[in-house]
Each structure stands twice: as structure tokens, then as C-alpha cells.
Design a protein around this ligand. Structure first.
Ligand SMILES: NC(=O)c1ccc[n+]([C@@H]2O[C@H](COP(=O)([O-])OP(=O)(O)OC[C@H]3O[C@@H](n4cnc5c(N)ncnc54)[C@H](OP(=O)(O)O)[C@@H]3O)[C@@H](O)[C@H]2O)c1
Length: 271
């Protein structure tokens, strides 16, 4: 899996094809979508017109809460494949740890064994739910995609995942611009040293600590900027300084909050 991919959350359906085509043109090969983003069909069109061989692409999509359960998950997966115009996905994730995700996981294990989902994983699973899922199933998730960025670093959780052979994938790697992210003094200062932007420093920091990142932008110049993080190295001292920005808390959504279970558990999409 590429260490850096392109995320399409909150890109409207009618803008997604253009955005993904632009991302592929500047060099992205990994695309992160979801049934709930309502733009899988547009992603599929962009992949098709790109002419890039399928085995050079890495496509991730996700199962939404209303489709949890063994049989519903299989049907939802087939619909995602059809919308994407693909005959397999590289990574299929349970989007949220709500509803009958044990049933879904059994379906995903089968999709994995049949090769329709090359890898399977989860998203937004906090430690207790992740460990429980591993203990009571055959296949361990390859990935856990969770909110991770300079303000919510999850170092202990990443270590726990690593011990179990699970890779952390960071959603919101730019903290969605919250908490004054793009004006952060320390990141700006370190960026000046390397001739890099705040976004590039934050992405490099994540990749250097072993996270997969999937920043989202609709602007082609930012797509190139976010990709251009492999020609410099942050020093141990810079890594340690950035570690001090951790607040230990989400800046977007807390999956331990019952209101989140209530809200996301009740949100339905046309999947
Ligand atoms: N599994 C989940 O529950 C979950 C949840 C959230 C996100 N995700 C995935 O993670 C991906 C990324 O997370 P995200 O979209 O929430 O947030 P993000 O990537 O942290 O931040 C995106 C924001 O930063 C801006 N931006 C991007 N690059 C920039 C740059 N170089 N300079 C200045 N501004 C820049 C974008 O604006 P412009 O577009 O205007 O440039 C957008 O407002 C999503 O697209 C999705 O694939 C998954």
C-alpha cells in the first residue's frame, strides 16, 4: 500500500471525477473513498479514463453502518464494486464500529479469501473494540484508519496496533485545518528550515513515524504539494518537538462519546 494516498471525503459527486483525475495526473496511485461519501461512481470514472493499469492502483472503500451484518455487507460490497467499475478493491474497511460489525467482518473475511477484497481492515476502532474484534475472529485487520495528526498523535495506540501487526492509517492528517493548524508556529518554523510548508511537515512527520496518510484537497497545486514529502527527513529533535503538540484528544469527532454512536449509528446514506 502506498504510504501516501488521496482522500475524497466531502468532495461533491460532481467534482470528484475531475479531482481524482487531477490527483492521478500528479502522481497519486492510492485513492480512499467510501460508500458514505456518495462519490464512488465518480472515482470509478476517473480511474477508468486514466488508463492507468489496475495493478498500479490502490483503491480503498468502506462499508457504512446501515449495511452492517453478514448478508447486508456482502450486498453493499457488490454495490460498491459496481459503482467503482472494478472487480476487486485493494482494501475494504468497516467505516464505523457501530451496528453488527462482527457479522460484517465474517463477510469481509470471505471477500478477502475469495480475492475480491485484497486486504480488509477497520476504521474508527478505538482500542477495546479493536482487540475484541481480533480475539474473536480469524483474520486480523490489516489497517485501522483513525483520526491521527499532530494534535491527536495516538502513539501508544499505534504501538499496540504494531504489536498486533496492524498498520495505522491517518485520516484528517492535516487536522482538517482545525486548531489553527496551517498557522502553527512550530510547524512553520520547522518548515522554513527545510523549505517546506506546514502541510508537508505534518505529513512527513506522520509518514516518518510509520503511518499511512490520505490528505484531501480539491486544488491541484496542493495535491502536488502534499505529495512532495519524500525528499527530506525530519531530525530526531524535530520529531520530538512535534510530539509536544499532542493534546491527546480528537479535534473532529470522539468515538468514545455516546452522542457519536447515536449520531453515526442513525445516519443513513443511499448506498
Ligand atoms: N474513516 C473516516 O471516518 C474518515 C473521516 C474523515 C476523513 N477520512 C479520509 O481521510 C481523508 C483526509 O481527511 P480530511 O479530508 O478529513 O482532512 P485533511 O486531509 O486533514 O484536511 C483537508 C483540508 O485541508 C485543506 N488542505 C489540504 N491540503 C492543503 C494544503 N497543502 N494547504 C492548505 N490547505 C490544505 C483542504 O482544503 P482544499 O480542499 O480547499 O484544498 C481541506 O479543507 C478524507 O478525504 C477521507 O478519505 C476518513
Amino acid at each position: 500500500m502506498p504510504a501516501l494516498g488521496y482522500g475524497v471525503f466531502q468532495i461533491p459527486d460532481d467534482e470528484t471525477q475531475r479531482a481524482v483525475e487531477a490527483a492521478l495526473a500528479v502522481g497519486y496511485r492510492s485513492i480512499d473513498t467510501a460508500a458514505a461519501y456518495q462519490n464512488e461512481r465518480a472515482v470509478g470514472k476517473a480511474l477508468a479514463v486514466s488508463g492507468i493499469p489496475r495493478d498500479e492502483l490502490f483503491v480503498t472503500t468502506k462499508l457504512w453502518v446501515q449495511d452492517q451484518g453478514e448478508e447486508d455487507a456482502k450486498r453493499a460490497f457488490d454495490r460498491s464494486l459496481e459503482r467503482l467499475g472494478l472487480d476487486y478493491v485493494d482494501l475494504y474497511l468497516i467505516h464505523q464500529p457501530f451496528g453488527d460489525y462482527y457479522g460484517s467482518w465474517r463477510a469481509m473475511e470471505q471477500l478477502h479469501h475469495s480475492g475480491h477484497a485484497r486486504a480488509i481492515g477497520v476504521s474508527n476502532f478505538y482500542p477495546d473494540r479493536l482487540i475484541d474484534l481480533i480475539l474473536h475472529n480469524e483474520v486480523t485487520p490489516a489497517i485501522n484508519q483513525v483520526e491521527t495528526h499532530v494534535f491527536f498523535q495516538r502513539k501508544d495506540y499505534q504501538e499496540l496496533m504494531q504489536e498486533r501487526g496492524i498498520r495505522i492509517e491517518s485520516w484528517g492528517p492535516l487536522a482538517e485545518g482545525r486548531n489553527g493548524f496551517f498557522d502553527n508556529e512550530l510547524l512553520t518554523e520547522i518548515g522554513d528550515t527545510h523549505g517546506k510548508s506546514v502541510a508537508q511537515i505534518a505529513l512527513r512527520w506522520l509518514v516518518q513515524r510509520g503511518a499511512v496518510v490520505i490528505p484531501k484537497t480539491i486544488r491541484p497545486e496542493r495535491m502536488s504539494e502534499n505529495l512532495d514529502i519524500f525528499d527530506f527527513i525530519l531530525t530526531d529533535d524535530e520529531m520530538a518537538q512535534i510530539a509536544t503538540l499532542d493534546t491527546g484528544k480528537s479535534v473532529v469527532i470522539d468515538h468514545n462519546d455516546p452522542k457519536t454512536a447515536q449520531h453515526l449509528g442513525g445516519t443513513r446514506f443511499d448506498t
